[in-house]
Design a protein around this ligand. Sequence first.
Ligand code: FAD
Length: 410
Amino acid sequence: MGSSISESVDVLIAGAGPAGSATALLLARAGYRVLAVDRAAFPRDKPCADYLSPGALRVLARLGVRPAAESVGAPLRGIRVTAGGGNRLEGMFAEAHASRFGATAESHGLCLPRRDLDQLLVDAARRSGATIAERTTVEALVHAEGGVGGAVLRSADGSRRVVGARLTVGADGLRSVTARAIGRRKHRSPRRVAFVAHLDGIAGEAGLAEMVVGPTGYAGLNPLTDGRMNVALVVPAAAAADARGNPEHFFLAGLATFPALRQRLEGARVVRRVLVTGPFAARSGTIVTRGAALVGDAAEFFDPFTGEGVCSALRGAELLAGAAAEALTAPGIAHARRLAPYLAARRRAFAGKWAVERLISAAMAFPAIFDRAVGRIERRGLAHTLIGVTGEFLPARAVLNPSFLARAVI
Ligand SMILES: Cc1cc2nc3c(=O)[nH]c(=O)nc-3n(C[C@H](O)[C@H](O)[C@H](O)COP(=O)(O)OP(=O)(O)OC[C@H]3O[C@@H](n4cnc5c(N)ncnc54)[C@H](O)[C@@H]3O)c2cc1C
C-alpha cells in the first residue's frame, strides 16, 4: 500500500496496556488529540501476577482510577518471601517506618486481575477524551520530517491505514514493534519464561502475597477475591522448552518440585488457563528519538520477582506525558531534544529501583547466600524496610546503604 496519511492526530500510541492507557489519559487531559490502538479487545487477560504495589496505587489515585480498582481488588498487607533453604521473611507495608526515610506511609497494596485493571484504565482514558481503537495493530512506523511521523495500522478486517502523528509512543510491551523500529532491542540475562494461571483450592493467607524460591525457579502466589489465587511460575527459558504442547502439565509439575508448595497444591484446580510469556529481560537502546518515545515494558523490563512492572509503566507514563505535553507546544513533529527531559526523569525515578532489582536477582543466583540473607533480614527486623522499597513508597537508599547491606549479609 502507499503511505498516504488518512488521518492525523497529535499523539498516536501503540498499545493500550497500563503504559499506553495512562499516557493517553494524561495527554488527552492536557488537551491533545490522542489515538491509542491495541491489537487486543478489552477486557483481555495478560500473563501477570496481578499484584499492585502501594506505589502503583498512588499513581492510580492520581489517574483517578484508585477507588474503582480498590472496589474490585483484594487488599494486601504485605509480602512473604520463602527462600530455597526454608528461611522466610515477612514484610508488612504499614510497618515500614516510612517517616525515618522521609517518605509517606502506606498500609496496603492490591491484588487485581489485569483483565479488570487494564479495562479500568482504558475506560478512564476514554473519559479523558482519548480515542482507543481495539483490535487494531501497529504494523510499521512511517517517517516524516527526518523522524517518526505516525504508523501503519491494520484493523481486524485486514484493512490498513496510515495515521500521521506529531508524537508516536511505543507502549506495546515486551515484544514491542515500535522499539525494534526505532533502535536495537537488547535481550539480556536473566532469560526467564513465566507460566501464570488462576487456581482454586490452594491454601494461602488472605492479604499476604508470597514469593517462593524453588529448585527450578521461583513462584508467586497472590490471593485474589473469593478464595482464588493467582499463581505464577518463573523458570529459566532453557527449561521451558519441555512445556511445548502442554503448558498446564509443565506448570503444575514445576510447582510440585517446590517443597514449600507440594502439599498446598493437593486439590488445587486451574480455573483460568495457563498463560505463557517471555523470555525477559529486554531493554531498548533508543528510548527517545525525533517523533517517537517508548514507555513501559517497551522501554525496559527486567524480571517480575519484585512485582514493579505496572508501577513503572504508570510512572513512566506520567514522566513521558509531562515531557511530551511541553514538547508538543512547538509545532510539527516532537523534537528529540524537547523530549530529552523524559530520559533524565526516568533515570531519577528508576535508577535506585533498577539497582535494587538487580541486587536481588544477583543474590538469587547464589541460593545459599540468598537463603541466609532472607533469614538475616527477618531476624534483624529489616523485612518491612525491604518490602517498603520494593513496594515503591520508601526510597531505594533505605536498602542501598552500607548499614542495611552489611546487616543483611554479614
Ligand atoms: C509473569 C509476569 C508477572 C508479572 N507480575 C507483575 C505483578 O504482579 N505486578 C506488576 O506490577 N507487574 C508485573 N509484571 C510486569 C507487568 O506485567 C508489566 O511490566 C506491565 O504489563 C507493563 O505494562 P505495559 O503497558 O508496558 O505493557 P503491556 O501490559 O504488555 O501492554 C502492552 C499492550 O500492547 C498491545 N500490543 C502489543 N503489540 C502491539 C501492536 N503491534 N499493535 C497494537 N497493540 C500492541 C498488547 O495487546 C498489550 O495490550 C509481570 C510480568 C510478568 C512477565
